[in-house]
Design a protein around this ligand. Structure first.
Ligand code: HEM
Length: 383
């Protein structure tokens, strides 16, 4: 059976995931050194359990970045904490993102895409996938063009400290990037109310309404907006472009949105996440002991026939699909609508410029092999 971590970058990981869903929906995998949750029921149960945490109890912040700016940011991210702090901050973060108009993000993404394409020559896919969404979110945070471009470059360095296997060199670069990102975004948090109606102003307003007084966690989560955007939205754009090589091109804005949402389910840009047992967790006959890890296969659960009828077909506009790509329960992603809006606008603007998807390698289920970045949870094609 395929190793579910290597599956992330296989041309077609889905038969392997389907076998896990059917035969080993929740089981310990010695090759991974973790329990693997594959079917929708197990993924829901794991993500909904308070016994399972987003970080190992003994290492809330990766040891290599403790005491650095990267460690300080990491330790305050809603994504990386549990319990009361997470619940309160999550309310603030989700309200700020909920007050941000996806149409505005789409408009900025279209503008950025046109600017990138105006240089002519080969389509710079990497820039469209990674830099454009990061610049858009930086712009929503109130940074000007120069600051947004800097933030987009820096966030690429910061996210390197997140994987468990980050090298000391990557951790050092992440620490420098975190310090610089705080300098860039700091004034916007300090003077947010004066700055008006951007994402940081919304964040500060939501914090005040929740009687939240500490600024550092707000600033950390502003950096978090960029880091959560970066790989995930790049994967969504890349996987949407690949889907266009095998599916009918959607024409209207609403058809494009439905297409992107089905890509998120069918070929998830974030394929898995992890949990760490702080207390015993039982699912069926299985018992996860404190200290053990669970690998949560979001991309496999999306294709569980018990969750979505005919799950392997690509069908934009499914009625109430069960989509696990954005997580579930306490840590569910509050950025889904923004991500879908940005990806739809980047891809739509590229198509409107006359780009023909047939020029891409056809994958992941077509004849030409597509390669993927060597990442443990984000599925990002190299285009
Ligand atoms: C295609 C793009 C995206 C995907 C697939 C995605 C996926 C996810 C997933 C799976 C989680 C939960 C992880 C877990 O529970 O272990 C998450 C959390 C989060 N995402 Fe997203 N995300 C995307 C884009 C964005 C964007 C654009 C933003 C904001 C600008 C964002 C903000 C967040 C935040 C703040 C969290 C932490 C929530 C919490 O821990 O309570 N995401 N995302």
């Amino acid at each position: 059976m395929t190793n579910p971590i290597e599956a992330v970058r296989l041309a077609d990981p889905y038969p392997g995931y389907a076998a896990l869903v059917a035969e080993r929906p929740f089981a310990f995998d010695p090759a991974v050194g973790a329990w693997v949750a594959a079917d929708a029921a197990a993924v829901r149960a794991v993500l909904g359990s308070a016994a399972l945490r987003v970080r190992p109890v003994a290492e809330p912040v990766p040891a290599g970045i403790v005491g650095t700016a990267a460690g300080e940011v990491f330790g305050d991210l809603v994504r990386m904490t549990d319990g009361d702090l997470q619940r309160r901050l999550k309310g603030v973060v989700a309200e700020a993102l909920g007050n941000t108009d996806p149409a505005r993000a789409a408009g900025l993404a279209a503008e950025q895409t046109r600017a990138v394409l105006s240089a002519g020559g080969d389509v710079p896919f990497e820039e469209l996938m990674f830099a454009v969404p990061a610049r858009v979110v930086a712009g929503l945070c109130g940074l000007d063009a120069d600051g947004s471009a800097q933030a987009a470059r820096l966030i690429g360095d910061f996210v390197q400290c997140i994987p468990a296997l980050a090298t000391p060199e990557q951790q050092r670069a992440a620490a420098l990037a975190a310090a610089r990102l705080r300098e860039l975004l700091g004034p916007g948090v300090e003077h947010a109310e004066a700055a008006g109606n951007g994402l940081l102003a919304a964040l500060v307003r939501a914090a005040r309404d929740a009687s939240w007084t500490r600024t550092a966690p707000l600033l950390a989560n502003a950096v978090g907006f960029l880091s959560q955007t970066y790989d995930a939205t790049a994967g969504l754009i890349g996987n949407t472009l690949l889907a266009l090589t095998r599916e009918e091109t959607p024409k209207s804005p609403s058809a494009r949105e439905a297409f992107v949402r089905e890509v998120a389910r069918h070929d998830a840009p974030i394929q898995n996440t992890r949990r760490f047992a702080a207390e015993p967790f039982r699912h069926g006959a299985a018992e996860v002991a404190p200290g053990e890890q669970v690998l949560v296969l979001l991309a496999a659960a999306n294709r569980d026939p018990a969750a979505n009828p005919d799950p392997h077909s690509f069908r934009p506009g499914r009625e109430e699909p069960a989509v696990f790509t954005f997580g579930a329960a306490a840590h569910r992603c509050p950025g889904e609508d923004l991500a879908v809006a940005m990806a739809g606008a980047v891809v739509g603007t590229l198509l409107d410029s006359g780009f023909d998807p047939a020029r891409l390698p056809s994958g992941p289920f077509g004849p030409a092999e597509v390669t993927y970045r060597p990442l443990a949870n984000a599925r990002i094609p190299v285009l």
